[in-house]
Design a protein around this ligand. Structure first.
Ligand code: FE2
Length: 317
């Protein structure tokens, strides 16, 4: 009985067409107007118009109808109303203000790609042919939306809502326990909440096949948006994913990632409630194992005052 998937998100931006066009050029499909998807998951991001960028909806899945009733009861005890209609529960996030929709079901499974052949000392497997990364005429495309990261000054309340109410499972915590990695699938994190100056979307993340796919996709973005680089490329400590963070034309940070830790036995996983700041860098709570160490540009996004003003005008906390 549990949440079992991050299905898709709605993303509000000032210029939806610009964002859809960007992703159409950079690896997502946009066959339906405003809906971005991958080859196997047709709907991953629905782009809607608003006067500031924000997460507009979070769409999850769970195993059973009884999960919906349990979630409704738990968030109800926190003072959050919800509506169950058939096999769907809907409510409004009490901190960020986005809609939450939970369906009984499961996301389409992903095909396993033919494994790439790598050479290493004493283990030469690719002989007499060039690496696939050279032979491919285009970057491998993103496979799925993997996680979403939000920041808020009300991180304690927000984390309690998603863990104790909605039912995300905690994987690790950093920054003296105030930033929380959560999962609803086997991925180390499908959701992460950390402290922030105002409540906002930190980034959305697209999973790709491997490090070559990250590099080639990221370089394609830089070719058309030379100022898009934020942080990367590197390998995170917590989650262990190889990352590259860039910005889209709407000012959102996004991540191409691969090779994230997977957790299938909740009991066996040892959480790291690390007490160190992640600027501590070399410990398990460090931002990266290798690659950029400082997350300053990751956290302090340039439009936070604009977002704070827009939220205040709407009476959002
Ligand atoms: Fe991420």
């Amino acid at each position: 009985m549990a949440l079992n998937g991050l299905l898709d998100i709605d993303l509000a931006v000032k210029n939806p067409q610009e964002l859809c066009d960007f992703w159409s050029r950079n690896g997502l499909n946009s066959s339906t107007a405003g809906v971005l998807g991958t080859d196997e998951r047709k709907k991953q991001i629905t782009v809607v118009e608003d006067d500031y960028r924000h997460l507009d909806a979070l769409h999850l899945s769970c195993e059973f109808e009884s999960d919906l009733a349990a979630i409704a009861q738990r968030i109800g005890e926190m003072g959050v109303e919800s509506k169950i209609s058939g096999t769907n529960l809907s409510c409004v996030d009490p901190i960020f203000g986005h809609r939450i929709s939970i369906d009984v079901g499961v996301a389409p499974s992903l095909q396993q790609n033919p494994e790439r052949v790598f050479n290493s000392p004493g283990r030469n497997q690719r002989v007499g042919t060039r690496a696939e990364a050279l032979l491919e005429t285009a970057p491998r495309r993103p496979r799925r939306l993997g996680h979403v990261v939000l920041a808020t000054p009300h991180f304690e309340k927000a984390t309690a809502f998603y863990v104790d109410g909605i039912g995300f499972r905690v994987s690790d915590q950093v920054l003296n326990g105030i930033a929380t990695f959560m999962r609803c699938e086997s991925d180390h994190h499908n959701f992460f909440i950390h402290p922030g100056f105002t409540s906002h979307l930190n980034h959305y993340a697209l999973e790709v096949d491997d490090v070559d796919a990250i590099g080639k996709l990221g370089m394609a973005v830089l070719a058309e948006r030379p100022d898009a680089n934020v942080v990367g490329i590197g390998r995170h400590n917590l989650g262990a994913n190889i990352f590259w963070y860039l910005t889209d034309p709407s000012g959102n940070m996004f991540e191409f990632f691969s090779d994230m830790d997977q957790i299938t036995d909740d009991e066996a996983w040892e959480r790291d409630f690390c007490k160190r700041d992640w600027e501590g860098a070399d410990g398990p709570a460090g931002f990266s194992v290798w690659g950029p160490k400082e997350p300053e540009s990751f956290i302090n996004q340039p439009d936070l005052f604009e977002i704070a003003a827009a939220r205040e005008a709407r009476g959002l906390i």
